[in-house]
Design a protein around this ligand. Structure first.
Ligand code: PFF
Length: 457
């Protein structure tokens, strides 16, 4: 437990290194690993894309993640409070404010999709999505997303579920739950992987996922890899600052970042192995996003022996992945409200989930009741996704990098990087510093401007 600026009350934190990894990995692993990474990889050159992704993650996302963790651990404060501590009376706290807003907006649409996933766990158990006809699974999905009461109920369910864990606290809630869930996730993935790989005709799917095709690599594919690496590792919005604030002085932060990044990529690849061999084995074509997860997957599982069993496992594992990600998203505004406004954790959580339920309902209803409402030509769901992924996260990332590289400076940064000189990692620190000072801001600015259509390749 660390003392805080709050005064007498000791501030809660993660209680062990295993807990640190579980919570941080829990944040990174999410819906992104299952419906985004595998498909984007298959489409963009397989193993060649994975290589590009790893380079982007290693040279850009991981350094930003490390910057956030260090800013958090140095100050032991929430995303806004951290900047207020490090740069008093300077506008840097706005980076934290942008993070609080981003986490809020991401939750608005993420909790909607997570709600669909939770409802599919129950549908899988009940057998209502068991059908080998894509038309039929399509109809079930349409009924869900075109409904009003059902998707709203499941969104509220997800918020109440994750809110209850957040209320329990950092070590008793987030840490305890993610420590239990992460191993379950790995085991479930492994079981579904083995099932998928042992189906006749599985090799076609492996080819889709892995066959390296360097001719597919273009500037826009590199930029896609970078954007993905950002969302995947939950950086640019204060999540990692907040989690870093709960880490003790002995945690080796560079090592934590590397472990989380590599494990997260492993989960993505394992998700691809769970999905594509099975999809090809039954003669389907891989599809992106919602239709892959909610239409193709149920059809594929329904086609195999013991399909219902594996389908239940699969949706539980997706629900588990989404849970860890939402916990980290929720913690950003909750920590901010608790510390900056001195409101109890319980009330702060309650207020936050109620506000997200309100804003999130506009995402959930964006294809039905609110389908006529468009802002910048986008419905609410797409708007929240676009504003966060394409604008706020990259902007946040640039500012985290610039803060460390240009405002904090090497000496102060290295104090935190090396655990007050106890770790002998100055060489690594120098490389990291060059990356955040020069390379990352320029590379992210490129992604930002391309995403907004200012640069075209
Ligand atoms: N990393 C999560 C995923 O890949 O699904 C998404 C996410 C979680 C983004 C938490 C941002 C965040 F703060």
């Amino acid at each position: 437990l660390q003392d805080t600026q709050l005064g007498k009350k000791p501030r809660e934190g993660f209680s062990s290194s295993v807990g640190v990894i579980a919570a941080t990995l829990g944040s990174a692993v999410g819906l992104g690993n299952i419906w985004k990474f595998p498909y984007v990889t298959g489409q963009n050159g397989g193993a060649a894309f994975i290589l590009i992704y790893l380079i982007a993650a290693l040279l850009i996302s991981a350094p930003i993640m490390l910057s956030e963790l260090m800013i958090g651990r140095k100050t032991h404060a929430n995303a806004v409070g951290a900047f207020k501590t490090l740069a008093k009376h300077e506008p840097w706290f706005l980076v934290g404010v942008s993070g609080v807003i981003s986490s809020f907006l991401i939750m608005a649409f993420y909790s909607c999709v997570a709600g669909w996933v939770f409802s599919y766990v129950f549908k899988a158990v009940a057998g209502t999505i068991e059908s080998t006809s894509p038309q039929q699974t399509f109809a079930v999905f349409q009924t869900l997303v075109n409904g009003v009461g059902e998707p709203l109920f499941w969104q509220l369910f997800v918020l109440a579920f994750t809110g209850t864990i957040i209320m329990a606290g950092v070590s008793k809630g987030i840490e305890r739950v993610t420590k239990a869930l992460m191993p379950i996730l790995f085991v479930l993935l492994l079981i579904v992987d083995i099932r998928s790989l042992t189906l006749p005709g599985a090799s076609q799917g492996l080819k889709f996922l892995f066959q390296p095709d360097f001719s597919k690599i273009s500037i826009s594919v590199i930029l896609a890899a970078l954007g993905l690496a950002f969302f995947k590792l939950s950086v640019g919005m204060g999540t990692m600052t907040t989690y870093g604030s709960y880490m003790g002085e002995n945690e080796n932060l560079p090592k934590t970042v590397l472990t989380v990044m590599l494990s997260d990529t492993l989960v993505s690849i394992m998700a691809g192995i769970a999905i594509f061999p099975a999809v090809y084995a039954f003669g389907f074509k891989p599809d992106a996003g919602p239709s892959l997860l909610f239409i193709t997957i149920p059809t594929v599982f329904s086609s195999m022996p013991f399909g219902r069993f594996f389908m239940i496992l699969f949706f539980i594992l997706v629900a588990v992945a989404a849970t860890g990600a939402i916990l980290s998203l929720l913690e950003v505004p909750v920590a901010y409200i608790v510390e900056e406004y001195k409101i109890s954790r319980r009330m702060a959580t309650l207020g936050t989930i109620m506000a997200i339920a309100l804003v999130g309902s506009t995402a959930t209803l964006s294809t039905t009741l609110l389908s006529q409402m468009h802002i910048f030509g986008k419905n609410f769901f797409d708007l929240y996704d676009f504003v966060t992924s394409n604008i706020l996260l990259p902007l946040g990332g640039i500012f985290f990098a610039i803060f460390v590289g240009w405002r904090w400076g090497f000496e102060d940064m290295f104090e935190v990087f090396s655990n007050h000189g106890r770790l002998k990692n100055e060489g690594l620190a120098r490389i990291y510093f060059i990356l955040v000072k020069f390379f990352a801001p320029v590379a992210i600015a490129l992604v930002l401007l391309t995403g907004l259509g200012f640069i075209q390749f």
